[in-house]
Design a protein around this ligand. Sequence first.
Ligand SMILES: Nc1ncnc2c1ncn2[C@@H]1O[C@H](COP(=O)(O)OP(=O)(O)OP(=O)(O)O)[C@@H](O)[C@H]1O
Ligand SMILES: [Mg+2]
Length: 350
Amino acid sequence: MRIRLEHIVKRFDDNTAVNDFSAVIESGELVTLLGPSGCGKSTMLNMLSGIIYPTEGKIYFDEDDVTFMSSEKRGIGLVFQNYALYPHMTVLENICFPLEIKKVPKAERIERAKKMAELVHVEGMLNRKPGQLSGGQQQRVAIARALVKEPRLLLLDEPLSNLDARLRIEMREEIRRIQLETGVTTIFVTHDQEEAMSISDHIILMKLGVLQQYDKPQALYDQPANCFVADFLGNPPINKVAGVVEGGKVLLGEEKLDSGIRADVPDGTRVWLSFRAESVILDNDSPLKAHVIMTSVMGKEVITSFNLAGKEVRGYMDANAELLRDQEIGIRFKKSGVFVFDYETGERYL
Ligand SMILES: Nc1ncnc2c1ncn2[C@@H]1O[C@H](COP(=O)(O)OP(=O)(O)OP(=O)(O)O)[C@@H](O)[C@H]1O
Ligand SMILES: [Mg+2]
């Protein structure tokens, strides 16, 4: 099912939680709403589910205007952070429950629930109570229960945040597998960029209720729309050095070091030069000088932190270079992963 959001606004008293949000979510995709705490992700999801209604704007499921339709009529499946299983019911009874409400005959109920249990790999524990399951298993049951009604749309609000790190990775891959197997259009909420990057067809990155960029995961990383997007994605975080543009050249720090990067903006414009750790090249012939702070081995990679125009930044360097503390090095930048943003507004210039 295709979803169209048109100029959605949600205000709580004088607090605008979502502002002028428009997007189309294509049928069969897994789209992630990503952003820091309080940016309006759950508010957006709750408007899609019908738990709350927008202050302004329209929501369409295919051609149906569902803006003010009740939750039950929307044909959605919901999964939240806390599994919210019924503790006194068995796994099978939990998965069956939504069908019982819909008065589906018992034999069919059990057959459909068992199929769902197989899909999410809990078929071996149908007679257990939720208290006898691990967190990951409980969340599998919650997903089965959400899918058993064959919803048009699956909505997941931080479904993995109660799980430990290793289980989170396993379960996010499971969610993607289940989503691909069923083909159900899915909206997934998280504040974890890695989670979003690894499972989504598209990501919507939000800040203070406003959509910042709606793109494929790699496109958000490679072509961030603004400084906020660049800062939000990437591990290690993108490096940022303040500078000013003179004669089209980006000059860094108090000393106005020539970065070798150009930006077509008026003289005196204050900017951020932002660059990924993988975009730094060690080149002692380069006139742009920096000083080594330290080198750390991170698995198969060597990352060097260095002082560039008074700012500590990091780059992946040649592991054989044997850089010493305080050593002067020359650096230059690759073409990719290097951006220039307005210092105040975050608008992208390069
Ligand atoms: N019922 C409500 N009444 C008043 N303000 C609310 C209500 N629900 C949410 N808000 C406010 O709206 C903003 C967005 O909240 P929301 O829960 O959507 O954020 P979120 O992105 O889901 O954050 P988190 O990652 O912490 O779950 C916040 O400033 C929040 O305080
Ligand atoms: Mg939330």
